[in-house]
Design a protein around this ligand. Structure first.
Ligand code: C2E
Ligand code: MG
Ligand code: MG
Length: 288
């Protein structure tokens, strides 16, 4: 049905193998989650103008005992289909708060941490609590947490998502729009959406230098954020040329392999520790 109606498809060994892998992975994911095989990694984000660390994005990692690393691009959709993402997502928030508390207790300030949120989580009545409960328990100042939602996820839950995000923002949580401009975007809808940050999608950053049209689109996304009084964060920055373009066009923050890949918890702690103490104190004051 996904390929369109009014057509048929012959059974093939390939389809069979694909669905077998899917069913197997879904079962393994459930087990992996309960046996703590999943890990939260952190990709640092940098203030483009000053070059200082601004925060990090929390990204899930799964190392399968026999198949090795499995990309979130493969297992997140499975977790979404099976509804497991609600529990996994709540655990990610818990984990981030626990890690943040450890970092803060060591006197370090990593800036705000972004957490990706799936559409089903926005539909879940317990979501507000699954964010605010660990924040209170680990005594985290709410602006340290930024939730990344996609326009599509919010549009799928029109009635509940806006009021949910509004009340979380009232509690001090920040909201970023992820994958902006890659799905069905509606400017009138964007106007009603409660958010603080627009993420400039990797697909636009990738095309920087690829000709006037693609440069203009990237520039326009940054300009739109500026005109709306929002912050812009570019993702997937891999080259100096991309960074220079983003800087020249007033983008605020960047993340990508040019700076750093996502780091395991201990590596990330060590990374934050290396940052200038003076800068960290100033960042902490900005958030407070
Ligand atoms: P996303 O939120 O758009 O995350 C950005 C993706 O770009 C990440 O892929 C990141 O590792 C990758 N990336 C960052 N910099 C570069 C770069 O310079 N070059 C390249 N080629 N890639 C870069 P990742 O970690 O594979 O995650 C893929 C997607 O899975 C994420 O896209 C997000 O939608 C989802 N995801 C990851 N963790 C979670 C989670 O905890 N919960 C939910 N609901 N979704 C998650
Ligand atoms: Mg994201
Ligand atoms: Mg993205």
């Amino acid at each position: 049905k996904d390929a369109g109606r009014n057509r048929f498809e012959f059974f093939s060994e390939q389809l069979n193998a694909e669905s077998r892998r899917k069913i197997g992975l879904e079962r393994d994911l459930r087990r992996a989650f309960h046996e703590r095989e999943l890990e939260v990694h952190y990709q640092p984000q940098f203030d483009i103008a000053s070059g200082e660390v601004e925060g990090a994005e929390a990204l899930l990692r799964w190392t399968h005992p026999t198949d090795g690393p499995i990309s979130p691009g493969e297992f997140i959709p499975l977790a979404e289909e099976s509804g497991l993402i609600v529990d996994i997502g709540a655990w990610v928030i818990e984990q981030v708060c626990e890690d943040l508390r450890k970092i803060l207790d060591r006197g370090m300030h990593p800036g705000s941490v972004s957490i990706n949120v799936s559409a089903c989580q926005l539909r879940d009545a317990g979501f507000h609590n699954s964010v605010m409960d660990p924040i209170r328990r680990f005594d985290i100042h709410p602006p340290y947490i930024q939730l990344e939602v996609t326009e599509t996820a919010v549009a799928q839950n029109r009635d509940t998502a806006n009021s949910l995000l509004n009340s979380l923002r009232q509690d001090g949580i920040r909201v970023a729009i992820d994958d902006f401009g890659t799905g069905y975007s509606s400017l009138s809808y964007l106007q009603q959406m409660p958010f603080d940050v627009i993420k400039v999608d990797k697909s636009f950053v990738d095309k920087i230098g690829g000709g006037a049209t693609s440069d203009n689109i990237c520039r326009t996304v940054i300009r739109m954020a500026q005109e709306m009084g929002k912050k812009s964060i570019a993702e997937g920055v891999e080259t100096r040329e991309q960074l220079e373009f983003l800087e020249a066009n007033g983008c605020d923050v960047a993340q990508g392999w040019y700076f750093s890949k996502a780091l395991g918890k201990d590596e990330f702690f060590a990374f934050v520790e290396q940052q200038d103490q003076h800068t960290q104190r100033r960042k902490a004051l900005e958030i407070l």
